[in-house]
Design a protein around this ligand. Structure first.
Ligand code: ZN
Length: 163
C-alpha cells in the first residue's frame, strides 16, 4: 500500500488543489467543490510519495522528505510538519476510519488548547519581565542598559556585549 501526494485538477469545474494525500490504489478523491472526478495536475510538479504499511499502521511509514516514522509520536510530528508546511491544505489519509478521524480531531483540539495555555503563560511571563525592566530602568545610570530575559535581569554598560 502506498500513499501519494499530488496536485489535483477537477475535470468538471477546473478546481485545483495542491498536495492532496491519497492512497495510490484508490485514485484521486472526488472534487470537494463539485464532487466531480479529478486527475493529477502534473504541471504542479513532483512530490515524494508515501510508502509503507499505511499511515496509522506504525509498522514503519516512509513519509519521503519528511522522514521515516516508526512510532505514533514520529508520525504525529511528521504530519504536523506536513500540515505546517502546507497551511490550509487538506491532507487526506484514506485509510483512516471515522473513529481515527474523531480521535485525530480530539487530539488537534487538545494540542490547540495546550498551545493556547502555553502562550497565555508566556504572555504572563513577558508582562512580568516588562514590569521588572521598567522598575530596573528607573534606577539606571547614564549609559547603562538593562537586559531582561527569562533567566533574569542584567544591567550592562552601553556597547558591552550581551553575553
Ligand atoms: Zn469540481
Amino acid at each position: 500500500m502506498s500513499f501519494v501526494a499530488h496536485g489535483l485538477k477537477c475535470s468538471s469545474c477546473d478546481y485545483r488543489e495542491d498536495h492532496v494525500f491519497y492512497r495510490r490504489s484508490d485514485g484521486p478523491p472526488a472534487c470537494p467543490d463539485c464532487g466531480g472526478s479529478r486527475s493529477v495536475n502534473w504541471g504542479h510538479g513532483k512530490f515524494p510519495g508515501v510508502k509503507g504499511g499505511g499511515l496509522k499502521s506504525f509498522k514503519k511509514v516512509d513519509l519521503g522528505a519528511f522522514g521515516v516514522c516508526e512510532t505514533q509520536e514520529q508520525y504525529d510530528r511528521a504530519m504536523g510538519a506536513i500540515q505546517s508546511r502546507f497551511p490550509g491544505k487538506q491532507i487526506l489519509v484514506e485509510s483512516d476510519s471515522a473513529t481515527d478521524k474523531r480521535t485525530r480531531a480530539d487530539e488537534a483540539r487538545h494540542r490547540q488548547w495546550a498551545s493556547r495555555k502555553e502562550k497565555g503563560l508566556n504572555n504572563k511571563m513577558v508582562a512580568e519581565m516588562k514590569a521588572e525592566a521598567k522598575a530596573v530602568k528607573k534606577t539606571l545610570k547614564k549609559g547603562e542598559k538593562v537586559h531582561v530575559s527569562s533567566a533574569g535581569t542584567k544591567i550592562t554598560q552601553a556597547g558591552q556585549s550581551n553575553g
